[in-house]
Design a protein. Structure first.
Length: 129
C-alpha cells in the first residue's frame, strides 16, 4: 500500500510541475518575443542603411549611390550597394536576421528612398526618407 501512495504523490507532483512549466511558456510567449527582437533589429539596421545613403550623398556633393536604380525600376537587394555604403557605416554591414530574407531598397522620388525586408513577419517595417 505504501508504494502505491508514493507513486500517486510523485504523479501529482510531476503533473503540477508540468502545468507550471506549461503556464510559464504560454505567459512568456517566447516565439513572439523572438519575432519582436528580430523586428527591432531590422528597424535599427534599416535606419543605419538610410543614414549611410544620405551620408554618402553629403560626401559626394549631393549625389546618391549609383547602385540604387531610378524610380521606375524594381527594388534591389541592399547588398548590391554594400561597397558604396559600408564606408559610411561604423561596424559591420547590417545583415537581415533571417538568412532566408534580404533587405531591399527602392527609389520613390528624386531624393527619397524606401527600405524594407522581404521577411513576411516584417511587412509593416518600412523606412522611408
Amino acid at each position: 500500500m505504501q508504494i502505491n501512495r508514493q507513486k500517486i504523490e510523485l504523479t501529482i507532483i510531476a503533473f503540477v510541475l508540468f502545468m507550471l512549466i506549461l503556464g510559464v511558456l504560454f505567459a512568456i510567449k517566447p516565439f513572439s518575443m523572438f519575432k519582436q527582437a528580430r523586428n527591432a533589429t531590422r528597424e535599427n539596421h534599416m535606419q543605419i542603411i538610410m543614414i549611410a545613403i544620405y551620408s554618402y550623398a553629403v560626401d559626394h556633393e549631393g549625389f546618391f549611390p549609383d547602385c540604387i536604380p531610378e524610380e521606375e525600376y524594381k527594388p534591389i537587394e541592399i547588398e548590391v550597394c554594400r561597397e558604396q555604403l559600408e564606408i559610411n557605416i561604423s561596424g559591420s554591414f547590417p545583415i537581415e536576421p533571417d538568412s532566408n530574407h534580404k533587405y531591399m531598397i527602392e527609389r520613390i522620388g528624386k531624393n527619397r528612398f524606401r527600405i524594407f525586408s522581404t521577411a513576411p513577419e516584417a511587412k509593416e517595417i518600412v523606412i522611408t526618407q
